[in-house]
Design a protein around this ligand. Structure first.
Ligand code: DSN
Length: 416
């Protein structure tokens, strides 16, 4: 396929070649990124990109669905199996649309939603002020306990009792600790609210059985398919059978037109991959790596929000290091260590230049890196934070990163 691209559009081919080299020649620590397998890549970049399939299996608005119906049905069955869910919808273009669909399924405009605020680790679509979700719905937000960086479930319950939301959203994009979805479910039930759980970051850990699953405790569970779940870029919704028709209707025709069948094909393959003992081992190693990285960073005097991690990500509060998240992220990037600057709970600094750095281990774990390599990464991070304005040190670390990457090439079946 690339040779056709090389011939037709050498400039784009060259840029893709550069990006592939960047992905293999850097330590990719953005916790929402990963490497998909060649099988997933092949399925996603397939002839299904040519097909329109408005509707659902056996109920489409276009003809020529002999194969698409089978593929989507397989993706649904596999998703239901790995998540132990009564119903799965695999058509959402992304996690954001999946969340919008969950709202549309169960709420009316103007209803009150209660989600985690963005600076506390929530997602834009959990009702943050610049998101349409706060304009369509009446959004009241909860946070983490500023002293501990973790949820105070009593406070969340108190707020829920006070505002009586129609829906409570659990889940986060920058929360390093295990979430008690059962507790969120109880709180929602106690105030007569629906419970939506956004598991985008941790769904891979959930299917591997190493993070509590919200499926038994939530009305609807949303996820992206490309983070710890290691599938193509997409979204998915899981729910109880009672909500199935509403969820499906909210995705199509409520919010979307034709589903991206090539992505759904990739999701089907990813769900098969997730249903293996190798995937469980992979997910366990993600957490071992993340815990080890946390341990070493603490030894080096880094301040971690919540004091550590239970999952795939870490959030560093950089205030004691005298450097902003942005400056540090950019220096790390020059040394080929790729992370993202992030707000920390109660951040006094603005979101475009916040006090924190978010990082995670899904991608480096796919490369086969283990605890020993986490020690190296922590050491690189220490050297850079202590020499933030010293380009020689940054360059030296960059060379060591390249050497480490060369010892852990992206496995052949993962590089496409
Ligand atoms: N952009 C995703 C993340 O990095 O967490 C959330 O949508």
């Amino acid at each position: 396929m690339l040779s056709a691209l090389e011939k037709y559009d050498p400039q784009i081919y060259e840029l893709l070649t550069q990006e592939k080299a960047r992905q293999s020649g850097s330590l990719r620590l953005i916790p929402s990124e990963n490497y998909v397998s060649k099988a997933v890549m092949q399925a996603s970049g397939s002839c299904l990109t040519n097909k329109y399939a408005e509707g659902y299996p056996n109920k489409r608005y276009y003809e020529g669905q002999q194969v698409t119906d089978l593929i989507e049905s397989i993706a649904i069955l596999r998703a239901k199996k790995v998540f132990k869910a009564e119903h799965a919808n695999v058509q959402s273009y992304s996690g954001s649309v999946a969340n919008l669909a969950a709202y549309a399924a169960l709420l009316e405009p103007g209803d009150t939603i209660m989600g985690l605020s963005l600076p506390n680790g929530g997602h834009l679509t959990h009702g943050w002020k610049v998101s349409q979700t706060s304009k369509i719905y009446n959004s009241v937000q909860y946070g983490v306990d500023p002293a501990t960086g973790v949820f105070d479930y009593n406070k969340i319950e108190e707020l829920a009792k006070k505002i009586k939301p129609k829906m409570i959203i659990s889940g986060a994009t920058a929360y390093p600790r295990e979430i008690d979805f059962e507790k969120f479910g109880e709180i929602a039930k106690s105030v007569g609210a629906y419970h939506l759980s956004d598991t985008a970051h941790i769904s891979g850990l959930i299917v591997a059985g190493i993070h509590q699953s919200p499926v038994p405790f939530a009305d609807i569970v949303s996820t992206t398919t490309h983070k710890t779940l290691r599938g193509p870029r997409g979204g998915m919704l899981l729910c109880k059978a009672d909500h199935a028709a509403k969820v499906d209707k909210a995705v199509f025709p409520g919010l979307q037109g034709g589903p991206h069948m090539h992505t759904i094909t990739g999701i089907a393959v990813a769900m098969a991959e997730a249903d293996t003992p190798e995937f469980v081992e992979y997910a366990k190693q993600i957490v071992k790596n993340s815990k080890r990285l946390a341990e070493k960073l603490l030894e080096y005097g880094f301040d971690l929000v919540s004091g550590g991690t239970d999952n795939h990500l870490l959030l560093i509060d950089l205030r004691n290091k005298g450097v902003t998240g942005k400056k540090y992220a950019k220096a790390l990037d020059r040394a080929k260590i790729v992370s993202n600057y992030n707000t920390i709970p109660g951040d006094p600094a603005p979101p475009f230049n916040p006090s924190g750095l978010r990082m995670g281990t899904p991608s480096v774990t796919t490369r086969g890196m283990k605890e020993e390599q986490m020690d190296c990464i922590a050491d690189y991070m220490k050297r850079i934070v202590e020499n933030i304005d010293n380009e020689t040190v940054i360059e030296d670390v960059g060379k060591e990163v390249l050497l480490l990457c060369s010892q852990f090439p992206v496995p052949d079946h993962f590089i496409a």
